[in-house]
Design a protein around this ligand. Sequence first.
Ligand code: 2P0
Length: 353
Amino acid sequence: MASDQKIYRASTTAPVNIAVIKYWGKRDPTLNLPTNSSLSVTLSQSDLRTHTTASCSSTYRKETPEDSLLLNGKLEPLTTPRSIACLRSLRALRSELESTNPSLPKLSTYPLRLASSNNFPTAAGLASSAAGFAALVRAIADLYELPQSPTELSLIARQGSGSACRSLLGGYVAWDKGSRDDGTDSCARLVAPKSHWPEMRALILVASAEQKSVSSTAGMQTTVKTSGLFRQRVEAVPQRMLEMEKAIREKDFEAFAEITRKESNSFHATCLDTDPPIFYMNETSKMAIRAVEAINKEAGRTVATYTFDAGPNCVIYYLEKDWDFLAAKLDLALDGKEGWSKERTSDAGGLGV
Ligand code: 2P0
């Protein structure tokens, strides 16, 4: 029988998610098991997403026998322990399929080629690793025709980058920290689909597209070791998770907004309490906070809330009905101010999948 010369291919996109209850701290750095549960809102794929094509072929063995990744046009190693963990788990699932159905091509034995691109700055605190690993896992799972659910695949994506597990599901997504040592219950869970709260919108104010100076992985490890505030935070988060889920279930924007901004500020206070301190927000970020606080005060109600990840860029959540008011006031408060890029995304896109 002629050997299989075919090139097998699958493409997918995965969205960015922005946490409103933050993941910060690992109880097991190898398996990426977190010290607290977290919750995020999935952004629209028309605004921020990773596109990934996965292919494999027996013919690749002759050219480049190793697995490879082309990220934004640059060849990157797929030899990090995280990538290896993801590929090993996906190959194991494909291999199971092949052993129960011997007529299937032995894709699990072929070298993999991945080509991935982001339509936003990589590693600038815009959750690029989340979308990146989610797209990698989804693309290979599609290539291998795996029957596993998004929640099951989230266990694999988590090993690539913790926050990636939340990008496999759309809408409002929790990552339950789980209690088992092997991590088999530390996975993503759908809190509500996007359609549950269609008025919700996200706006990103880009303060800097530069790569962050302290990676999340390194930063959170130092925080766990050195911050006293971190221990208080870990105790406070479970109650906040419950309140946030309730706010989302009841579409209570006032409560959603309050928890979101307090949680962001608690996370950044913990970063500051780390030794040496970690500064993700800058003066430009603080300008955005003051602007949102002033806009809410002027409106006499909560029109918008803000959150910052491991970087200076600001994500503002608001309801569609308030866009005209918010946009006009933000323009007044921020336009022309030093440090702000005029670039704004997601203002009309709403939330994803
Ligand atoms: C989050 N962040 O919940 C929080 C908020 C940053 C601040 O998840 O080491 O890139 O790859 O598991 O997922 C960033 O952490 O870290 C993150 P690793 P990851 O979105």
